[in-house]
Design a protein. Structure first.
Ligand SMILES: Nc1ncnc2c1ncn2[C@@H]1O[C@H](COP(=O)(O)OP(=O)(O)OP(=O)(O)O)[C@@H](O)[C@H]1O
Ligand SMILES: [Mg+2]
Length: 347
């Protein structure tokens, strides 16, 4: 059963992947008895580079209680569309007259094709499958899921799961099939006599229609379950640097995601350390500008948790590098709940 779903978003290059990975390492260190999964939702995956471990499209162990995955959403979309297309085609072949319309089969082949699904939707399909406990094929149930999201526009698309239009396309196609079948009904008897191409019994066909409808219902129910899960367990953390474009972007991201997920905190990353500003004029000026934006961010998001992290002298890569970054971000925190649920919200 998922207890927490932490999602990290923000502008490109501000440290979303580093901070989500560092958080995953920190939480897994503090909670050895919980199972934690880190997911990259950015097609330009970089968890492999951050951890120095080949991750890819399989749930890959990172340490005792931490796993990671860089899903290939195309594979998930293909599984999804293939089954539906196959059943529709089979149904058509079994239906007299309808089986003689070549264009219809072509339409099904072109519509239920993973290539025709935009990347955001493919990701949504994957997101649904991994979050939906009943759909877990890998026999791993995770307590905490941490997501590294793509920059804002694609992040918002990921949340629009219930309005999923794959579902729409499927329903539309099913309606076309059923209308053609209806129109052909009166000719069916003659057709059977003239063109004995329709195969399978009425019972078999009925069974297939039911299976197709069931698939559609499942998609709909799953969409609702996922939306509820995100609403109840999700916690968005927006990552920014102390500069105008990045700050403007988190303001927009906050507005755009409000109806889907609760935002708990803001990370202000890559700050110039105070002692560096003592020795370098450039750093001093930059630090002064950063302080101005820190104030604005704190003012704008005064109801949220603010975590600040300096720019490190080392590259925060590998488990140890990520631990160093986690210490920089969460230095004063010993209670994991301050990270997972800073406002102690009831679930
Ligand atoms: N606090 C920090 N100190 C030093 N380097 C950092 C820090 N945070 C992030 N970095 C470095 O900054 C670069 C960008 O970070 P990261 O890849 O995590 O950003 P991102 O927001 O995920 O980028 P993208 O939008 O491209 O996915 C990386 O090289 C990372 O190692
Ligand atoms: Mg990234």
């Amino acid at each position: 059963m998922i207890e927490y779903l932490l999602v990290f978003g923000g502008k490109g290059g501000v440290g979303k992947s580093s901070i989500s990975s560092a958080t995953a390492v920190k939480v897994s260190d503090l909670l050895p008895n919980k199972k934690i999964l880190l997911i990259s939702f950015d097609i330009a995956h970089n968890l492999t580079d951050l951890f120095g471990i080949k991750i890819g499209n399989n749930i890959t162990p990172i340490k005792d209680n931490l796993w990671a995955i860089e899903p290939d959403p195309h594979i998930y979309a293909e599984k999804y569309t293939k089954e539906f297309a196959e059943k529709s085609r089979k149904l058509m072949k079994m239906t007299p007259i309808v089986n003689l319309i070549p264009k219809l089969e072509e339409y099904i082949d072109n519509t239920f094709n993973a290539d025709s699904i935009p990347i955001a939707l493919k990701n949504a399909i994957f997101f649904q499958q991994i979050l939906d406990a009943e759909d877990t094929t890998q026999n791993l149930q995770f307590d905490i899921i941490i997501c590294d999201f793509p920059p804002t526009a694609n992040m918002v698309a990921l949340f629009e799961i219930p309005e999923d239009h794959v579902k729409g396309i499927m329903k539309y196609s099913l309606r076309i099939i059923s209308e053609i079948r209806k129109a052909m009904q009166k000719f069916t008897k003659a057709a059977k006599f003239l063109f004995p191409f329709g195969r399978g019994s009425t019972e078999e066909r009925k069974g297939l229609v039911e299976e197709l409808l069931e698939m559609l219902n499942e998609i709909e129910e799953r969409g609702e379950r996922i939306a509820d899960l995100i609403k109840n367990y999700g916690s968005l953390r927006l990552v920014s640097i102390a500069e105008k474009p990045s700050y403007e972007e988190i303001k927009r991201a906050y507005e755009l995601t409000q109806k889907y997920i609760n935002t708990d905190g803001i990370h202000i990353n890559m700050l110039i350390p105070e002692d560096a500003a003592d020795h370098c004029n450039f750093c001093k000026n930059k630090r002064q500008k950063q302080q101005k934006y820190i104030k604005q961010i704190e003012q704008e998001f005064k109801n949220l948790k603010i975590w600040k992290s300096n720019s490190l002298g080392i590259e925060p890569i590998g488990i140890d590098g990520l631990r160093t970054l986690a210490d920089e971000i969460y230095s004063s925190i010993n209670d994991v709940n301050e990270i997972l649920n800073p406002f102690k919200k009831e679930k």
